[in-house]
Ligand binder design. Structure first.
Ligand SMILES: [Zn+2]
Length: 136
């Protein structure tokens, strides 16, 4: 179980503010190309699929699957180890992946392909997008 690890608060700017505050309404958002519909993450000023420069935040379902994961046993930053790191691929698009932590499940219950949904953890106005096992 990942238990309240140390988190570095991101410095907000005009490019990333939408991402880190998106959870205020419970929805995860990524930039999406307004020309071809391609989802971008990490944020970029243009679409890698069609080269279009009209990109804007849009909400996603927040659901996906564990694409990869690891359990950290090294005391990097003072967080109580072990803690998990999951790479989640969102349902919206192959390759649309977010590095995060899985909460609400034991570390040894994490599996590749496990269905998950976003669960935000708010600190000082920053909404960290974490994931939990998908509700049935
Ligand atoms: Zn595009």
């Amino acid at each position: 179980m990942t238990d309240a690890p140390f988190r570095v608060l991101p410095a907000l700017d005009d490019d990333n503010r939408f991402f880190w505050t998106s959870g205020a309404d419970g929805r995860l958002r990524f930039l999406r190309c307004q020309a071809c519909g391609y989802w971008l993450h990490p944020p970029a000023p243009y679409c890698p699929s069609c080269g279009g420069r009209d990109v804007a935040p849009e909400p996603v379902s927040g659901r996906g699957q564990v694409w990869s994961f690891t359990i950290n046993h090294h005391p990097w930053d003072g967080s109580p180890e072990p803690w998990n790191i999951v790479l989640v691929e969102l349902d919206e698009q192959p390759g649309l992946r977010l590095t995060s932590n899985l909460v609400g499940a034991a570390d040894d219950a994490i599996e590749i392909g496990m269905r998950v949904q976003v669960a935000f953890e708010e600190r000082d106005g920053i909404f960290f997008p974490l994931f939990e096992p998908e509700a049935p």
